[in-house]
Design a protein around this ligand. Structure first.
Ligand code: FE2
Length: 284
């Protein structure tokens, strides 16, 4: 009990937690294998979009919106040649898969709705946690793109704020292959933006002015199997992967089901409660 209390206190102080060896090596291997199988079964070369926060290509033709209740693959920008064709094998070209893996794939559902995750959420103060989003981010060798400074609550706006990210390292992450960088204590800042969809158009609505300098951030280098828990207001980013090693991570974004989920959030779907609360997830 003392350890659990310490966990909550450290999370309240720092805005993030690292739990090493959360996943055992057998489970990590199983999830990795399944991730690559999902690429093989779900990558649609004709339809796939590049996930690019600058061009926002992934928002075109409702590709992003349609992924809310599906498993869809997004391409890495650096995997395309000047003509827009893949210049490497498909398995090395995927930026990420999202966004309902945890409900639609049995292996990831069993992992995502496990007791250990539910118990951590309860310890952190959640009463009825629900999982809007899951992603597999590949951060491919040499081409895995950087992700700019952001707060996850921007994309999962609830009243009151309740977003939290559970970031599982399925491969070791260090400064060379694009580990997370976080601003300790930065979760005390307000959300700087809210990502909204109005009449089919996405926009970033400014809420506050947060100013960052890189020296405020520290790298979170972790081994395979680690869990990093990220407060929804915590500023974080990752640099490009310049190494020959990929940096595969599985990420769940969770909110409190008793809060008001903003109707302009891009991801809209009925969310499942954890089965530990008596509602079978498949009935949601
Ligand atoms: Fe994030």
């Amino acid at each position: 009990m003392k350890q659990e209390t310490d966990l909550k206190a450290r999370f309240a102080r720092d805005g993030y937690l690292v739990i090493d060896n959360f996943i055992d090596s057998t489970t990590s291997k199983q999830l990795k294998t399944r991730a690559h199988q999902l690429v093989e079964t779900h990558a649609d070369l004709e339809a796939m979009k590049v996930f690019d926060c600058t061009s926002r290509e992934h928002e075109r033709d409702d590709y992003l919106k349609d992924s809310a209740d599906k498993i869809k693959c997004f391409l890495e920008k650096g995997a395309m040649d000047a003509q827009g064709n893949l210049d490497r094998p498909l398995s090395k070209s995927i930026n990420k898969i999202g966004h309902d893996i945890h409900d639609l794939d049995q292996i990831f559902a069993d992992f995502s709705y496990q007791d250990q995750i539910f118990n951590l959420l309860i310890e952190l103060g959640y009463q009825t946690p629900v999982v809007p989003q899951s992603m597999l981010i590949f951060k491919q060798p040499s081409i895995g793109a950087e992700v700019d400074i952001h707060q996850d609550g921007t994309f999962f706006f609830t009243t009151p704020q309740s977003c939290v990210g559970f970031w599982f390292a399925l491969e070791a992450a260090d400064k060379n292959n694009g580990c997370l960088w976080v601003q300790p204590g930065g979760h005390e800042l307000p959300l700087s933006d809210r990502y909204a969809v109005k009449n089919g158009v996405t926009e970033m609505l400014p809420l506050a002015t947060n100013e960052y300098t890189e020296d405020q951030f520290i790298p979170v280098e972790v081994g395979e199997g680690a869990l990093v828990i990220i407060h929804g207001n915590l500023p974080h980013f990752s640099k490009a992967n310049t190494s020959p090693l990929s940096r595969l991570a599985y990420i769940m974004h969770i909110v409190e089901g008793r809060t008001k989920y903003h109707p302009e959030n891009w991801l809209q779907r009925n969310f499942c409660t954890f089965p530990q609360q008596g509602t079978h997830k498949k009935t949601c």
